[in-house]
Design a protein around this ligand. Sequence first.
Ligand code: KMH
Ligand code: ZN
Length: 274
Amino acid sequence: MDPLIITIAPTGAEVLPNQTPHLPYTAQMLGETAAACRAAGAAMMHIHGRRPDGRPTQDVETYRAFAGAVRAKSDLIIQFSTGGAVGMTPQERAVNLELRPEMATLTCGTVNFGDDVFQNSFPIIRGILARMREFDVVPELEIFDLGHLDNARRLEREGLLAFPRHVDIVLGVPGGAEGSVENLVDIVRRLPAGSTWSVAGIGRAQLPLAAVAIAMGGHVRVGLEDNLYYAKGRLARNEELVARVARLAEELQRPVATPDEARALLALRRTTVR
Ligand code: KMH
Ligand code: ZN
């Protein structure tokens, strides 16, 4: 099996600083989190911007500062969110691509998101993809349900996406596919040949799905964006979630990828955010 790529999603757009003392929402906090997560075994960081008061933002200068802090403290692959927060406009979500991160997320369909709706119509997806092409940014396809994979295949038929690709399977969002092993296995079985994939289990699904993905040969995303708890009633630090996955991998005799090994697996070029 390929070495395991552990992605840390430390902040997200939904968790607020008053929910946990461990949420990194400034550039300095993110730099420190990058160093700690790299030491614990992470190869990639999925970044969301936040204002100084903790509110989500896709502001370019915030992303420049966050990426700069991560790069100053680590060699992690820098992946930006184009999902942003529910309710942001598509233009707002994709403005950060002009900084040319190594990778950025591309959600492949609309999904209920708790009581909200995370909008990703075909025009929205095509618009974000066009901007990714303009700035030469590699997409990570985010799928929250099986139909999102079919949507990606439709974009392939339109000539807008080429497979194989790296796919992040997000399971357990209230409104998306639930975080079960059966759903993960079903979706992985349907991925185009040659795809690489990771799983991002939400809430209590994070740990069991990480363990299953390690055994299946997939990759793993963990972090406070997706799950606040290390165990029932015990808030997590990002680096602890990474370290636990690295320990599980060691027990299962799966080596953990360095950022450069992950770049090779994902065919990424190391770039500097400008
Ligand atoms: N915050 C969610 C609505 C992404 O980063 O690309 C969307 C999200 C996906 O987090
Ligand atoms: Zn995200």
